[in-house]
Design a protein. Sequence first.
Length: 87
Amino acid sequence: MIEDIIEKFELTSDQERAFRIIANHAVTPGSEQLIMYVGGIPGTGKSQVIKALMEFLNPEMNLTDSLFWHPQELQQLFCAAQLITHF
């Protein structure tokens, strides 16, 4: 699934690295909270990483039974990402 999303969103090597860190952390049972900063100048693809993560974390994709994201949480994640990328 991770590979499919990387291919679908055509992530660059830097985008892929950020995506993999977060995606792998999300599916690791018992992992602690991940606090990560994804920064860069406009046009570096921060929003592309967020879009890939949104699809990866979509509860309708049935990633695992133990991983559940409420649609409102996904919307808040997207809004926060938009705010950060336009800061």
